[in-house]
Design a protein around this ligand. Structure first.
Ligand code: SAM
Length: 275
């Protein structure tokens, strides 16, 4: 095995999803850099891997990168794993990969489990393109602004969300995006895996109808803005009013009154357009 940083995806839930190549790498390298060494230890033990582990989490990526580069320069191979799925995808790893490459060392990515692509493969949306956003801001105002900035994209929008925030996030999505399709991919590859497709406008009621629907891990996919419709009639009016020099509040109020669309959503959109 050549001295390189091997970026190794690990299962989202079902251990059968570890690829044969990933197993080979984890069992061959002398070092495994882990987002959480305690979390990855059972998997390494189960594989019979004898590698030593070193921590490589969000708060020590800089030091971890330096240690990894030292090992690579000494001719040792290192694998990088996160708690689940692909490192660097809403997980630590990007800075380590950048530092390793900047040091002139080799990075070898392995294909494998990723919640976003797993959900997309079963979403069944007609959109030809998708935009991966990952986690939205936890603060409501920032979240709505981030959503408003995405509202005009004519591609499926892919989000990660935690169970305690899923209801608020879906409510904000409905307010900002209006009539779209929402795909809820919950607990992928696990015992209670569920993939549901529903109109975004009824999504809050749907989540509230059964508390189990708010449990577990989520990928939320929203269908894109209809082609040629960068946000609909409300947004078209909003843009005209902003171009005429109206303030965001007044423009949103008038655009809502004329189009019949939600004032809050148009206000968030106005803020995004201004910025
Ligand atoms: N690196 C991972 C990947 O490749 O998908 C993502 C890590 S991110 C910290 C964790 C988020 O991914 C969760 O909050 C959830 O949104 C999503 N996720 C992870 N496992 C999942 C699963 N089994 N089902 C649905 N979503 C999942």
């Amino acid at each position: 095995m050549i001295a390189a940083l091997y970026v190794v995806p690990t299962p989202l839930g079902n251990l059968g999803d570890l690829t044969r190549r990933a197993e080979d790498v984890l069992c061959s390298v002398p070092w495994v850099a882990c987002e959480d060494t305690r979390h990855s230890a059972p998997l390494l033990k189960q594989l019979g891997a004898r590698a030593k582990t070193l921590p490589a989490h969000q708060h020590n990526e800089h030091e971890a990168a330096a240690r990894i580069v030292d090992k690579l320069r000494a001719g040792e191979a290192v694998a990088l794993v996160s708690d689940a799925g692909t490192p660097g995808i809403s997980d630590p790893g990007a800075r380590i990969v950048a530092a390793v490459r900047a040091a002139g060392c080799k990075v070898v990515p392995l294909p494998g489990a990723c919640a976003a692509t797993t959900a997309l493969s079963a979403a069944g949306l007609a959109d030809e393109h998708f935009l991966f956003h990952g986690f939205l801001p936890s603060k409501a105002g920032q979240r709505r602004q981030a959503l408003a900035e995405l509202a005009g994209h004519a591609c499926a929008l892919v989000f990660y969300e935690a169970p305690h925030r899923v209801l608020d996030t879906v409510a904000d999505m409905a307010a900002v995006f209006g009539e779209r399709t929402l795909v809820v991919a919950r607990e992928l590859t696990k015992l209670f895996e569920n993939i549901d497709s529903l109109p975004l406008t009824v999504a809050v009621d749907w989540f509230q109808a059964d508390p189990n629907r708010q449990r577990g891990e989520f990928v939320l996919i929203v269908s894109g803005a209809p082609p040629g419709d960068a946000g609909g009639e409300g947004e078209r009016i909003l843009r005209l009013l902003l171009d005429e020099g109206l303030g965001t509040k007044q423009a949103a109020k008038l655009a809502a009154a004329i189009s019949g669309e939600a004032k809050n959503a148009l206000y968030e959109r106005a803020l995004a357009l201004k910025s």
